[in-house]
Ligand binder design. Structure first.
Ligand code: ZN
Length: 197
């Protein structure tokens, strides 16, 4: 388990933490856990997420287990710099959807003494690095990869597999569209899909 550094000297600089992994791996839960602990330590906390992520609620960070902390939806990464500067700890959820400016924004906040905690998907459903995430992982002091459980074999899951898109007219929830899979089950699933096409 990640244990944060709570000691803070007057001239201590900030740092960046990244929490990443597949869908249903508990990224947001881990982000919330860290932010809650900062709140208990009487630190000022701010949470941001991209505006497009409106799955459940406009204002709150919502994880799949319905834990939530109120968050601020922003359109551009640069808004976090202006709005976050008053806080000690800055949480950013669904970071994979932000523009590349998020990398510089996180650096700038850390340089100004902030603790920045970023959560986001490491890969898209094709298994490719997702948006700014590889850059954020590179510049972070601490990177935590969390894992879901493979829906087919029970091993640790590494991929977010998109199930074959049937022509269903019903709008399905996230849980019906994607499944976390381990490496070998993911490869197997891709083979099956290629056969169907
Ligand atoms: Zn598996």
């Amino acid at each position: 388990m990640f244990l944060e550094n709570t000691f803070k000297s007057a001239n201590q600089s900030g740092w960046i933490e990244v929490i990443t992994g597949s869908m249903f791996s508990g990224k947001t839960e881990e982000l919330i856990r860290r932010l809650r602990r900062a709140q208990i330590a009487k630190q000022k906390v701010a949470i941001f997420k991209p505006k497009l992520d409106t799955r459940y609620s406009e204002k709150e960070i919502v994880s799949h287990d319905a834990n939530y902390i109120e968050s601020v939806p922003v359109e551009k990464a640069s808004e976090i710099l202006d709005k976050g500067i008053e806080s000690d700890v800055i949480g950013i959820d669904e970071a994979q959807f932000f523009d590349m400016d998020i990398v510089e924004v996180c650096n700038e906040l850390a340089n100004r003494g902030k603790r920045v905690i970023v959560a986001g998907l490491d890969m898209d459903y094709l298994g490719k690095p997702f948006g700014p995430m590889p850059y954020l992982m590179a510049i972070a002091e601490y990177v935590t990869k969390v894992h879901a459980i493979c829906m087919r074999c029970g091993n640790l899951a590494h991929y977010s597999h998109r199930k074959s898109t049937s022509d269903s007219l019903i709008e399905l929830g996230e849980k019906d569209k994607y499944e976390p899979l381990c490496r070998s089950c993911y490869l197997e699933a891709l083979k099956e899909q290629n056969k169907d096409e």
